[in-house]
Design a protein around this ligand. Structure first.
Ligand code: BG6
Length: 489
């Protein structure tokens, strides 16, 4: 009787994110015995569907990725038995009241905890939250809501969204997700910095020349043009994923590992940053490109995108943190779609060795001789440090070499998907990896002025061919700060 239950409702259950990420993550947690004993999952969407149809739909994307043990299929069936479907309108109190009745049947009088996952378009967030909180929130346990971005389009719309959400929820019930915070190597950043003596003393303007945050995808918007065109790459990737990484990278040591202590430090560093200025941004948009027999479509060839769209699918930016630790160090960001590769990484370029005895061995290209620490977030996770080394043998020839922590070689266990970690944290009430509203405000303050200016002045993006390395303007921007992008070789 006193045992508690958790009911997870995925709003937008027939959408892409639910199918590709949320249900598979829930299954992986179930597979690893991480879900509470009494749990039920509801898919909620407007589409009419039976429980069996939902199960068939999601079973296609559930994978036994952990291993191929034969009991995986059995576990999958058991998991699917606990998934139900409820069709309803997102703004209908009755539909949520009906959901509430069904939830209660499953809860069987136990203490009920309820997690709602808003995997729905932002224009229906508020209504869905209102209905869920008024008609289907828990009466004797907790109610939490996971919200996916976009959290507004700028400072004002984001503040308005927070204000309306807070009419129905307390701040600590809102779990704003940024799935990059759930990625293994992003989570590892703090461990790397704060539990190794060799990094933290170097972590400042004294030793670091510049920091680069790079995100690139080798595919275009592919069917997501309708959403993307309203946001663009700065809002889609930089203002959240890359900025969150930057905050973790650059924050001061938190008082403890407590969620509030960590988030306090993140807010502090974000608030020490200068809002991005127009001259420190380069934007680009991919255009169609033919390679061999294949023609890759341009951004505006997407039928859901207006032909005259100026929305950037690529951006490079130089950001600065005006505090004692980082004064003058450029933090360069680069994010783009339809580029030549898929990668997310952090590159830390260290300063030159003063009076280096071996300078002459590097000829005129001294920049190549500086140390560089690379944290490859994905794919093929790794942390490696470029060092100078003598090539074994007679004479004195130097070489750039690597100290390399390659995850696949070091750890045999597969790395969990970011959504697994974040869903588990939300169920357990761990808020460390979720974005607090003051963090969100600080993040928007940095990008809102430039976003408005780009739109008002109708700045034309630099066009780049699908599958290329992106606009050359990104190199000029970096060069202005004496930086060479580390990923270019
Ligand atoms: C999402 C963006 O937040 O992150 C997408 O909206 C992007 O445009 C995706 O493709 C990238 O996530 P991941 O985990 O595949 O790198």
């Amino acid at each position: 009787q006193n045992e508690s239950t958790v009911t997870i409702t995925v709003l937008g259950a027939s959408g892409d994110l639910a199918k590709k990420k949320i249900f598979p993550a829930l299954f992986a947690l179930y597979y690893e015995d991480c879900l509470p004993k009494h749990f039920t999952i509801f898919g909620f969407a407007r589409t009419k569907m039976t429980h069996a149809e939902l199960r068939t739909m999601i079973s296609k994307t559930l994978t036994c990725r952990i291993d191929k043990r034969e009991n995986c299929d059995k576990k999958m069936d058991k998991f699917l038995d606990r998934c139900f479907y409820h069709s309803g309108q997102y703004d209908s109190q009755e539909d949520f009241a009906e959901l509430n009745r069904k939830m209660r049947e499953h809860e069987g009088g136990r203490v009920s905890n309820r997690l709602f996952y808003l995997s729905i378009p932002p224009n229906i967030f508020t209504e869905a939250v209102r209905c869920a909180s008024q008609s289907a929130s828990s009466v004797n346990g907790w109610t939490r809501v996971i919200v996916e971005k976009p959290f507004g389009r700028d400072s004002e719309s984001s503040a308005a969204l927070t204000k309306t959400l807070k009419q129905y929820l307390l701040e600590d019930q809102i779990f704003r997700i940024d799935h990059y915070l759930g990625k293994e190597l992003v989570e590892n950043l703090s461990i790397m910095r704060f539990s190794n003596l060799i990094f933290e003393p170097l972590w400042s303007r004294q030793y670091i020349r510049n920091v680069q945050l790079i995100f690139s995808e080798d595919f275009g918007t592919e069917g997501r043009g309708g959403y993307f065109d309203n946001y663009g790459i700065i809002r889609d990737i930089m203002q959240n994923h890359l900025l969150q990484i930057l905050a973790l990278f650059a924050m001061e040591t938190p008082v403890s590992l407590d969620a509030e202590d960590i988030r306090n430090e993140k807010v502090k560093v974000l608030r020490s940053m200068r809002p991005l200025s127009l001259e420190d941004v380069v934007i680009g948009q991919y255009k169609s490109h033919t390679k061999g027999r294949t023609t890759y479509p341009g951004y505006t060839d997407d039928t859901t995108v207006p032909k005259d769209s100026l929305t950037p699918t690529f951006a490079a930016a130089a950001l600065f943190i005006d505090n004692a630790r980082w004064d003058g160090v450029p933090f360069l960001m680069k994010a783009g779609k339809a580029l030549h590769n898929k990668i997310a990484e952090i590159r830390v370029q260290f300063r030159h060795v003063p009076g280096n005895l071996y300078n002459r061995n590097f000829g005129t290209d001294l920049d190549r001789a500086t140390n560089e620490l690379v944290i490859r977030v994905q794919p093929d996770e790794a942390i490696y440090l470029k060092i100078n080394n003598k090539i074994p043998g007679l004479g004195m020839r130097l070489d750039r070499s690597y100290l390399n922590l390659h995850y696949a070689a070091r750890y045999s266990k597969e790395i969990p998907d970011a959504y697994e970690r974040l869903l588990l944290d939300a169920i357990e009430g761990e808020r460390r990896l979720f974005i607090r509203s003051d963090e969100l405000n600080a993040a928007w303050s940095l990008f809102t002025p430039v976003l408005k200016e780009l739109e008002k002045k109708k700045i034309i993006p630099e066009y780049y061919p699908y599958g290329s390395r992106g606009p050359v303007g990104a190199h000029y921007l970096a060069a202005r700060y004496n930086v060479r992008w580390g990923d270019i070789g």
